[in-house]
Design a protein around this ligand. Sequence first.
Ligand code: PEP
Ligand code: MG
Length: 311
Amino acid sequence: EPGTDDDDAPVGSRPTPITATEVKVNVSIPEAAERAATTGADGVGLLRIEHLVLSLGKTPERYIADEGSEAYIKELMSGVRTVAEAFYPRPVRVRTLDAPTDEFRQLEGGEDEPDEHNPMLGYRGIRRSLDRPEGFEHELEAFKRLYEQGYENLEIMFPLVTDGSDVAAAREHMRSVGIDPEKRDWGVMIETPASAMGIEDIIDEGVDFVSFGTNDLTQYVLAVDRNNEHVSDRFDELHPQVLGIMGDTIDACRAADVDTSICGQAASHPKMVDFLVRKGVTSISANIDAVVDVFEEVDRVESRLILDSVR
Ligand code: PEP
Ligand code: MG
């Protein structure tokens, strides 16, 4: 469940030397910002806002109807600002809302949410955002105001895109609230197989970066529900077909000078780190309690690569 894993994780500090591959940290609650910043991470690779929104106790639409747009925007600004401030000037990649309808349905206003047979394949992420643009544009408005307050380190990331048309539509919403996509760093999560297979079309829409959400990418490539204990032994982020699709995506992005990252759970797996560093991934973003281990693993892999190249 997003928002609970970084509650009271132990932190170490960054070992030297600094690595070429950036190591970042995932943040799910603003209260974890300070602790996340002291890891020495190169930035936040994924700032989730689901906890921020769900903890308001109402669906975005109900909250806006009851409390007003300004109240909703201010809540978002305050949570995101805490993280942008703690990391400034290091980059903070904030993701637009990505909660499944079964989580919204438990809130006040939840009766207006669709009751879905399979929420993970349904009305979530960018799909819900594009279908209900009011709350989505309030999120973007909050980010725009933070830019205006000087938090230039914010980057915007869109979840669960399928293809270039999702990306273009999301980008146009940035434009309509007054964020210039040419002047800000923004990108998308690669979580659907289609988004990886059609990466060229997504690159053509002008993204500055992509980030692998391997929790979802694995469930969709292998058709294994990430939350189903009966098939959990089949949930393998290191499956050759998952790595294959990621490797091809990195190649295409590197050829186009688009940054690549990973922010799924598998980011802290040594074999994943080894694979990604060798492929030339730009950054790896792990949970707070795993950041120091990832620094060390990246350092080990990079050192080996340097040795191999001189031998
Ligand atoms: C992922 O899918 O890997 C990811 C980071 O997003 P979430 O876990 O929030 O779905
Ligand atoms: Mg995901």
